[in-house]
Ligand binder design. Structure first.
Ligand SMILES: *Cc1c(COP(=O)(O)O)cnc(C)c1O
Length: 337
């Protein structure tokens, strides 16, 4: 089967498995796993920050960041498509006792003007706007991405009004290979950053939360409270180090392949529209009588798995385990409908 369901479905490559098998490990709850420590130091240095924390998932890194940046009765400002709002089970309310102030952005992206207008004045009867979360790339926005020039004015608003700025960078590197911007420059504009090793980077498990020493010290306590303190996690961290060393630049190929899929889909009469393809995600709407269900069945019968993103909306995601030959096969099938 050709699996376009998500970039989370990748299996470790032989090189990555070798690195995992050879990892030196210890008990990371005591801070004594040398491979976890090396991964955290590597991530912090990459973004020019003081510290980092290895966590089981991107949901956990985001939830920890929200918890550390806020107090109960505060609120987080984000786009209505945000992963923290859509796909984290309402964890911001459950874990942090805060509200959410949603902005209707453009393909998941919001502007400094929108953020400035959303920040609430301080009254006893209003939640306190404390945190802004940006997602880059934006999953539900069809893999859209921000450039730093778009983010800096948002950072300026946050700085002036005393809000923290967190990046949900689950697929950040899919954006950076397009913009050519550096991780150090990203580190300068955000107070905290979450990146996933388990998406396009191809590691089996794991995400990193990156920030100041004081922030990560607190984050480490919250991770333990959430049950995310892992013991000999160096086997997993080794996969993360390998991924950062070997799988970043190749994301460009995933982005290019997604663009090819988008182009061919756009010319099919059964496709109503394709969201602009900017990275490794292709989201498109079908024309009746096609439904996502019938279309996915058609694909599955021909060896291709993808996911529904609405009653008539389908999502394709390209990744490490989708080869050039597989893309050719998908192109053939989607043109044969
Ligand atoms: C996948 C993802 C996450 C984290 O997901 P986990 O499955 O918990 O690792 C966070 N934000 C975005 C935008 C994502 O796509």
């Amino acid at each position: 089967m050709i699996n376009l369901i998500s970039d989370t479905v990748t299996k470790p490559t032989p090189g990555m498995l070798q690195a995992m098998l050879q990892a030196e490990v210890g008990d990371d709850v005591f801070g004594e796993d040398p491979t976890v420590n090396a991964l955290e130091a590597k991530a912090a240095a990459l973004f020019g920050k003081e510290a980092a924390l290895f966590c089981p998932s991107g949901t956990m890194t985001n939830q920890i960041a929200i918890k550390v940046h806020t107090q109960p009765l505060d609120e987080v400002i984000c786009d209505e498509y945000s992963h923290i709002y859509q796909y984290e089970v309402g964890g911001y309310a459950f874990n942090s006792g805060i509200g959410v102030n949603l902005i209707k952005g453009s393909n998941g992206k919001i502007t400094a003007e929108q953020v400035a207008a959303a920040i609430k004045p301080v009254y006893d009867w209003l939640p306190i706007s404390k945190l802004v979360v940006l997602e880059n790339t934006c999953n539900k926005g069809g893999g859209s991405f921000y450039t730093l020039d778009e983010i800096r004015p948002i950072q300026e608003v946050c700085r002036e009004r005393g809000l923290s700025l967190h990046l949900d960078g689950a697929r950040l590197f899919n954006a950076l290979v397009e913009t050519g911007e550096s991780t150090a420059a990203v580190g300068e504009v955000f107070d905290s950053i979450s990146i996933c090793l388990s998406k396009g980077l191809g590691a089996p498990v794991g995400s990193l939360l990156i920030g100041s020493s004081a922030f990560i010290r607190q984050a480490r306590r919250v991770r333990k409270a959430l049950g995310g303190g892992m013991r000999q996690a160096g086997f997993l961290a080794a996969a993360g180090i390998y991924a950062l060393d070997h799988h970043v630049q190749r994301l460009k190929e995933d982005n290019e392949r997604a663009k090819r899929l988008g182009q061919v889909l756009a010319s099919q009469t059964y496709v109503d529209n394709v969201r602009p393809v900017q990275s490794n995600i292709v989201i498109f709407d079908l024309k009746a009588p096609w439904t996502a269900e019938s279309y996915l069945e058609f694909l599955a019968e021909r060896g291709i798995n993808a996911s529904a993103f609405g009653p008539q909306t389908v999502r394709f995601v390209t990744h490490l385990d989708v080869s050039e030959a597989m893309i050719d096969r998908v192109l053939e099938v989607i043109a044969s409908v």
